[in-house]
Write a protein that binds this ligand. Structure first.
Ligand code: PTJ
Length: 250
């Protein structure tokens, strides 16, 4: 039991969610390691949503509103950390939810779909995928024909780089949420939100509601985004923070 007044309550609760997810067969062991890497980058950001991430969120919201067939890709970690937020975002964006796993088993895909349904999802794709992403050999190539395969915009989080690359090569606009600005996913995605997934999703949902009603030309203007420039700003932010770091301030 983690006391509510613990200074690292939020972070410890997240670990607890992932550990429980592992016990329930939703998260894989490797997912716990991936979370640790994310935590380290979040320290560098100051565990807060920085301005370049907010800019990426705004462009991502406009892109989702412009999409004709948006899909939100869900893996073990994101399901365990934020199933409700994923469902809320899908509803606001009119997007489909699809389970897509690196360490795939039908049983785990089924459990994740069930978790999303309990969180309010009406339809979850990807449990019995019938299509394949070309030029990808990992299990992540297995996708739903009416989902990721035919999507024009795909949102993913806590993802390895191969599939991001393959989806971009298929001509899709990929929105990635990744705390590591140096990762291949971050560099290859069309829009990278360098932020912790549970912080970013509610902001994205709110931004979608705020932009709804704007005309397509205005949305197109807002969706235009220079991902490399934005990543450089994230790195400058981190570098500045490290330069200015004084142990006595903490
Ligand atoms: O559930 P599966 O089978 O699909 O497997 C999922 C994992 C996470 C094991 C798989 O996608 C993987 O190995 O991912 P990577 O290659 O370790 O990449 C994960 C990226 O997400 C890293 O760059 C981390 O910094 C980042 N990350 C970790 N936790 C978070 C995060 N980004 C945002 N929010 C987080 N909470």
């Amino acid at each position: 039991m983690i006391p509510r007044d613990h200074p690292r309550y939020h972070s410890l609760m997240q670990r607890e969610k992932l550990a429980r997810g592992y016990e329930q067969g939703v998260v894989v062991l490797e997912g716990l390691i991936a979370h640790g890497r994310g935590e380290a980058f979040d320290y560098l950001l100051g565990e807060t949503t920085i301005e370049p991430a907010r800019r990426a969120i705004r462009a991502a919201a406009a892109s989702l509103l412009l999409a004709s067939s948006p899909v939100i890709s869900v893996n073990g970690n994101t399901a365990a950390l934020c199933a409700k937020e994923l469902v809320r975002l899908a509803k606001e964006a009119g997007a489909k939810l699809e389970v897509n796993l690196f360490y795939r088993s039908t049983e785990r895909a089924r459990r994740i779909a069930e978790l999303l349904r309990r969180a309010g999802a009406e339809e979850v794709l990807g449990v019995e995928p019938e299509a394949e992403i070309p030029s990808l050999s990992s299990q992540r190539r297995l996708v739903a024909r009416q989902g990721i395969y035919s999507a024009d915009v795909v949102l993913l989080a806590i993802e390895d780089g191969d599939r991001t690359e393959a989806l971009v090569d298929m001509g899709k606009r990929v929105i990635a949420i990744d705390l590591n600005p140096l990762s291949r996913t971050a560099r290859r995605a069309s829009i990278t939100i360098v932020d912790e997934v549970t912080r970013a999703l509610p902001l994205l949902t709110r931004e979608l509601a705020r932009l709804r009603g704007l005309g397509r030309p205005e949305l197109k203007r807002r969706a235009s985004f220079d991902n490399s420039a934005n990543l450089r700003e994230v790195l400058s932010y981190i570098a500045r923070r490290l330069e200015e770091f004084r142990p006595e301030d903490f």
